[in-house]
Design a protein around this ligand. Structure first.
Ligand code: LLP
Length: 422
């Protein structure tokens, strides 16, 4: 994104052109930024540990155009459900390029997961007998909850530690591996999630050390080799402009240093190292464009746009912060105002007391920053306000990569029994 003569451009395309062509609200992604983010991270980790690879956690942004960019760059896929395994298949990815990290799986999930032949990552020891009943995977991975977690938006998205629903308790990890070994499994993986949106490089060292101490003892005691260790996602991006970005080189250096030291300490055969971030690749490459439709001066001034809580759920869900730009007015004097969407819920009043350009007017375009991760993927239709369009930009070129939902989508899967028909 750049601002020239007051006009906002996504790569080299003015947002006014994008809004005119595709309407609003629309998610827009910068292809080059996604590639840069991926390469920066991959180069950093490979520099310190060459046998390193990334899976892209496709839940974050499941548009196949976006996922294909990451596939081209060399990423595998982290799938949270069978449907996400099918998405990976659409990308031509399967086998050990796909990690199935579901949780609280149904028997049908287990059956389809095993059948798909991707890496099965078990979130709980109780799943093991159910998996073994259905088949003996050649390779099995366990998701360990290392006992700590951290997140940018409080407990809302913390996915490890005592308050999280994820992963195997450290005290159960030995039993899980023993059961799997006794059942005849010979190849093992280990997985964890360190947390969500972490910009502190040293935290990745700390949590890697914690995991490696759990796993080192297991591998030593049970005399097993660990094929690979996946340190999860959680590589953060700064949402507030005053926050410091993650020093990815430092994070990679600290992780690799700790990893190698622990391999040596426990005498392990060096495993492949992996991570499965998502936000770091696509978060700051995505923008959400909306239009100001009405301005109300009541108890306070509220600017109403077509970006509602269902278009971008993070602020209403977690109190998450997103920076907002107003096209053509970034140099103008500011005044605190509120900003809301068009949905009949007060959590849709998702910005309070934000210094925005004082002369913001009906027809202006607002551009929400860091909307590439958990934006469209968490959007939902509500109040008859349907999901937005998605557009990909590369330089001066742009492509519609997902249609805006229309009324027909709203009634597509609904069935009215004959006696109720109009
Ligand atoms: N791997 C697993 C198993 C995950 O559950 C997640 C995210 C990731 C990888 C990718 O994490 P990342 O690198 O993006 O932090 N909706 C929340 C974030 C929830 C994260 C869910 N799991 C948000 O909008 O902040």
């Amino acid at each position: 994104m750049k601002i020239e003569h007051g006009q906002i451009y996504i790569e080299d395309v003015p947002v006014s052109d994008l809004a005119h062509l595709y309407g609003t609200p629309t998610y827009v992604y910068e292809e080059n930024r996604i590639r840069e983010n991926f390469r920066r991270a991959l180069n950093a980790f490979r520099k310190y540990y060459p046998d390193f690879h990334f899976f892209y956690a496709i839940k974050c942004n499941n548009n196949l155009a976006i996922a294909n960019i990451l596939r081209q760059e060399g990423a595998g896929i982290d799938a949270a459900s069978v449907n996400e395994i099918l998405l990976a298949k659409q990308l031509g990815l399967g086998g050990e390029n796909v990690m199935f990290s579901g949780n609280f799986l149904s028997d049908e999930d287990i059956r389809q997961g095993l059948e798909s032949g991707v890496i099965f990552n078990l979130d709980d020891i109780s799943l093991l007998p159910r998996v073994l009943q259905k088949g003996l995977p050649e390779l099995l991975c366990f998701r360990v909850n290392p006992g700590y977690g951290k997140s940018e938006v409080g407990d809302f998205v913390t996915n490890a530690g005592p308050k999280a629903k994820f992963g195997i308790h450290p005290d159960q990890v030995m039993d899980a591996f023993r059961m799997a070994k006794d059942a005849g499994i010979r190849r093992f993986g280990v997985h964890m999630m360190p947390g969500s949106c972490i910009c502190d490089a040293d935290y990745f060292r700390f949590i890697t050390e914690l995991l490696m101490d759990i796993i080192g003892k297991v591998a030593q005691t049970l005399h097993i080799d660990i094929d690979f260790i996946d340190l999860g996602g959680g590589l953060g991006i700064p949402y507030h402009h005053e926050d410091k970005p993650l020093d990815i080189d430092e994070a990679a250096r600290l992780v690799a240093e700790t990893f190698k030291a622990k391999i040596a300490q426990y005498g392990l055969k060096p495993p492949r190292l992996g991570m499965e971030p998502a936000r770091y690749f696509v978060g700051d490459a995505g923008w959400l464009i909306g239009t100001v439709h009405a301005i109300k001066d009541s108890y306070t001034r509220i600017v109403g746009t077509d970006i509602s809580m269902n278009t971008l759920a993070r602020p209403a869900m977690y109190g998450a912060y997103h920076h907002i730009y107003v096209n053509g007015r970034e140099d103008e004097p500011r005044k605190p105002v509120g900003l809301c969407g068009q949905v009949c819920e007060n959590t849709d009043y998702w910005v309070k007391e934000r210094p925005l350009p004082e002369r913001i007017s009906v027809g202006d375009l607002v551009v929400v920053e860091n909307a590439g991760a958990y934006g469209y993927g968490m959007s939902y239709p509500y109040n008859g306000r349907l999901r937005p369009a998605e557009v990909l930009v590369n330089g001066k070129e742009h492509w519609l990569i997902r249609d805006r939902e229309v009324f027909e989508d709203m009634i597509r899967n609904v069935h009215v029994p004959p006696h109720l028909q109009a």
